[in-house]
Design a protein around this ligand. Structure first.
Ligand SMILES: [Zn+2]
Length: 257
């Protein structure tokens, strides 16, 4: 797959000033949608592709980077850039949601509500569809949580991986992508306050409840266990934010704020 079909990379009109990375993204995406390049294909070398599209190499690189963050392209060390295989789970970049959130001032309650809706559905499907390999991965993440009760940042990594594995087990890549988009923002936010967490043991037990319901292939119990967990997580995070605020407001060096 090292040859590229000739003539498919139409020149982007190099005379035109200000060709942006965004146009590179659009062109590459169109070619993928038209099937001119397909899953697993390797892109031509950077120098050739830049010439074919009539863009500078930094512009091309920026375009490739954007498509890599959304899981459409994959750069493999030393091997080049490939169009991702269709069976690899696509990921959605969180940036459009972050931008909307900044523009419209989405509240963290709204974000949680969206996550709740997505993850309850995901948990129900995962209880029906999880493979034994996925169940093993989940058990490992839970063990990781119990092992890092004294290390909240590390705990959060296992927490996030647990949810991503449940999502993968749902077998629905659209729900998985949407969940990851929302959850990534919430996990980023949480990472700022998680060091103030006081109830990680309860949290680990909630994950165990989700796991148990999935092992019993009980969708309704899995949905409820996920709901209970996320409601508790929201409450815990609120307390962490308050503690963080109080800590910051403490008078320092004898001076009050
Ligand atoms: Zn969790």
């Amino acid at each position: 797959m090292t040859r590229t079909k000739p003539g498919i990379f139409k020149n982007l009109n190099s005379e035109k000033n200000g060709t942006t990375a965004e146009e590179v993204v659009t062109r590459l995406r169109e070619m993928i949608q038209r099937g001119e390049i397909s899953a697993g294909d390797r892109l031509p070398p950077e120098r050739d592709l830049a010439k074919l599209l009539g863009v500078s190499r930094p512009t091309l690189r920026a375009g490739i980077r954007s498509l890599s963050t959304v899981g459409i392209l994959q750069s493999r060390q030393g091997a080049g850039t490939f169009v991702a295989e269709a069976d690899e789970s696509p990921t959605l970049d969180s940036s459009p949601l972050r931008l909307l959130s900044a523009l419209h001032g989405f509240t963290s309650d709204e974000m949680f509500e969206a996550r709740l809706a997505l993850e309850m559905s995901i948990a129900g499907l995962a209880a029906e569809r999880a493979t034994s390999e996925q169940m093993t991965l989940l058990a490992e993440e839970i063990a990781g949580m119990y092992a890092s009760l004294e290390d909240p940042e590390q705990y959060l990594v296992h927490d996030m991986q647990f949810h991503q594995t449940v999502a993968a087990a749902s077998g629905n890549r659209i729900l998985t992508s949407l969940m990851n988009m929302v959850a990534t923002i919430l996990f980023d936010y949480r990472s700022k306050t998680v060091k103030r967490a006081t109830d990680l043991k309860e949290s680990a037990e909630q994950h165990h409840n989700i796991y148990r319901a999935m092992r019993e292939h009980n969708p309704e119990a899995a949905r409820q266990a996920m709901r209970d967990h996320l409601v508790e997580t929201q409450r815990a995070q609120r307390l962490e934010v308050e503690r963080e605020k109080r800590e910051k407001e403490k008078p320092q060096n004898g001076r009050s704020k």
